[in-house]
Write a protein that binds this ligand. Sequence first.
Ligand code: SF4
Length: 371
Amino acid sequence: MSKRLPSHLRKIGHVFVDESMQDSPMARRVRDKLAGTDRADIPWTVVPPEQDRIEFVRGETQALYLKEYKGKFLRFCPGTRAYHCCGYRIIHIGENCPMACSYCILQAYFQDRVLKIWANQDDLFTELGNAFGADRNTRYRVGTGEFTDSLALEHLTGYSANLIHFLEDYDNVVLELKSKVVDLTWMDATTRTDRVLPAWSLNAPFINEHEEFDVSTLRERLTAARTCAEAGFRVCLHFDPIIHYPGWEEGYAETIDMIFDYVKPEQIAYMSLGSFRCMPQLTPIIENNFPDTTYIYNEFVPGLDGKARLLRPLRVAQFKFMVDRLRKHGMDKQLYFCMESTEVWNEVFGYAPKDFGGLGNRLMAQAFGEE
Ligand code: SF4
């Protein structure tokens, strides 16, 4: 009997593949996977070499595009000098996401319904091998969840499993897999539980229910985190974006308390806290795509990176509340801010990254299990 595609992939209604990628292992895998499901009849279209992009507009239906990517796969995270950046490197495996979160920045980057997967994995592995193998004493903390969700398409592509398997040879690399769905099929691809950090974003239950669509529940994410922790992995959890809404204290307190029903503080490699930030062009997109969303009308000021951010006293109040509660559960040094100033660090934590040698250095050490 054919299997049902997971709910977050059920909007996919068409597959495009670059002519040069038709016979790639990735294309074969996606074809085989779909053939074994109730969506085996999804049409495929081959994209000729001279065509650089595809147009796809068909209501809510999404397209999957298996593309030959010609750019750089290993990149720096686009942080800002004005704030403390975590120094993370991105492995670019594709673009766009099948799920829908009202606050998602990807809506401003990709305004179509095309989920792109870079199918030329040989080129990716060649570039990564050259970079990571050049000096085995240089350490890397890398992740794939910057322009897509790390595991959203894993069911069809097996991309993370391939990547993890490839990275087994590189003791100097730790990979973080950041997601809002539960897919643990990649776990079988590695013996290095110390070099893979499964990560889930968390939020208040109200935000999960009203602002995140086609994603897993908080309890499903935490159950998955517990499964990984029991298998020997350390996990990462991220509160980003923290949203100011009526009842936020109860909401974030509930999620924080819930975490420790599933995992112990020592099983968490690190946890980020990031307040909702918004590029000016994102606000009208959110208004249009999610007309019931109200948090975008909060009191915002332009930050040094040009993004709107909640007024500092409101941000700091939320951070203090959450950090205080997390500390009561035994979390401390694993906590960090995503893109905040020295002043905010000092006000909330009582210290700033320069006091411990920089945020990037600390997270690198924690990723490698040294702190
Ligand atoms: S799961 Fe992540 S990448 Fe996908 S829509 Fe939500 S915020 Fe964006």
